[in-house]
Design a protein around this ligand. Structure first.
Ligand code: SAM
Length: 342
């Protein structure tokens, strides 16, 4: 196994993340991976700067600790970026200049069959980024009810055949638990009616189950809310997403924070009394054809960048922005389900 991850959009991401004129600031890498982006940022930072790096994955954290040994500006947090504000507070940090999220799984995670992320490699059905906690995919698939499995596969996989797949999984359980990636991939392939060009029929279901097991979108929503309070004036938010659910959440978040008064637009409120923008969108960047050829993982990547304005946060601002995120069904506070007594 090659323990390597090619950082996506390396130059554009670092340019987006680093605030011009603040080479001595406090920066966060929310998804350290193998540190491709972090190393580049460190090259651009002054000796007084700080870089706090997060990852859920023990192998990523080993690499981060090795970097910390070499570079005293680095602080390592083994944990989810959902706990961003609390973890930074524990290190005495209540304001940051820039944060980068490079979402999803890394190449070493996909390449290691023992982690169970890939339907291409036979391995235990695990899929946890942080192997210290939570059920494995196999455990969840063995205990979740039909509705929950269907909802997760439909919402996080945007899979048309979610119900058929969930039914096949529940029926299969009667003859014993699903244990391996290939068992699941074959079961899903049997349940999916049509084939999408160039895509394995289990792609969407694997993505959905991984997102659910790692609470990926819940953590992202939580972290984005924290970023509004943490970013200093002029501070940068840079997010690289790899699928539409993540990108939609980031786009809606930036739009809601850039126009916090949009929900009030129809009310008779004078312009001067409208809440001021909290973020300014700085753009959306896609990798060019050359990068996609060199690094196929880059093909679906989208980098969005925003900058914190000088407007102070008022009570209720963060909640108002979060309320405008179009959360997928499993994350909505009140579930819309048919039937009596639910
Ligand atoms: C695409 S890789 C990042 C690669 C990195 N930018 C580099 O250049 O090497 C994503 C990493 O984020 C981690 N990760 C994903 N979601 C996370 C979360 N909610 N909290 C902390 N780490 C997370 C994964 O374990 C993985 O190592």
């Amino acid at each position: 196994m090659v323990d390597e991850h090619h950082a996506v959009l390396p130059d554009a991401a670092v340019q987006a993340w680093l605030v011009p004129g603040r080479r001595d600031g406090v920066y966060v890498d929310a998804t350290f991976g193998r540190g491709g982006h972090s190393r580049r940022l460190l090259q651009a930072l002054d000796a007084q700067a700080r870089l706090v790096v997060f990852d859920k994955d023990a192998a990523a954290i080993r690499v981060a600790h090795a970097l910390q040994q070499e570079d005293g500006r680095v602080t390592v947090v083994h944990g989810g970026f959902g706990g961003l504000a609390e973890a930074l507070a524990a290190h005495g940090i209540d304001a940051i200049d820039g944060i980068l999220f490079d979402l999803g799984v890394s190449s070493p995670q996909l390449d290691d069959a023992a982690r169970g992320f890939s339907f291409m490699r036979e391995g235990p059905l695990d899929m946890r980024m942080d192997t210290r906690e939570g059920p494995t995919a196999a455990q969840w698939l063995h205990t979740a009810d039909l509705d929950e499995i269907k909802e997760v596969i439909a919402a996080y996989g945007e899979e048309r055949f979610a119900f058929k797949i969930a039914k096949a999984i529940v029926a299969r359980r009667e003859s014993g638990p699903l244990r391996t990636t290939r068992e699941l991939a074959e079961l899903v392939a049997g349940a999916v009616g049509t084939r999408e060009k160039g895509q394995h029929p289990a792609t969407r279901s694997f993505q959905a189950i991984r997102i659910h097991i790692n609470r990926e979108l819940a953590e992202l929503a939580h972290a984005l809310a924290a970023v509004l309070s943490l970013l200093a004036t002029g501070g940068r938010l840079a997010v690289i997403s790899f699928h539409s659910l993540e990108d939609r959440m980031v786009k809606q978040f930036i739009a809601a924070a850039a126009r916090p008064g949009a929900a009030l637009a129809r009310l008779p409120i004078a312009e001067k009394d409208m809440p001021p923008p909290l973020l300014r969108a700085l753009g959306r960047i896609r990798p060019d054809a050359q990068e996609c050829q060199r690094n196929p993982r880059a093909r679906s990547a989208v980098l969005r960048v925003a900058e914190r304005t000088a407007a102070p946060l008022r009570p209720g601002d963060v909640q108002a922005v979060v309320a405008r995120l179009g959360l997928p069904a499993p994350l909505r506070p009140v579930r819309r389900r048919g039937g009596r007594g639910r």
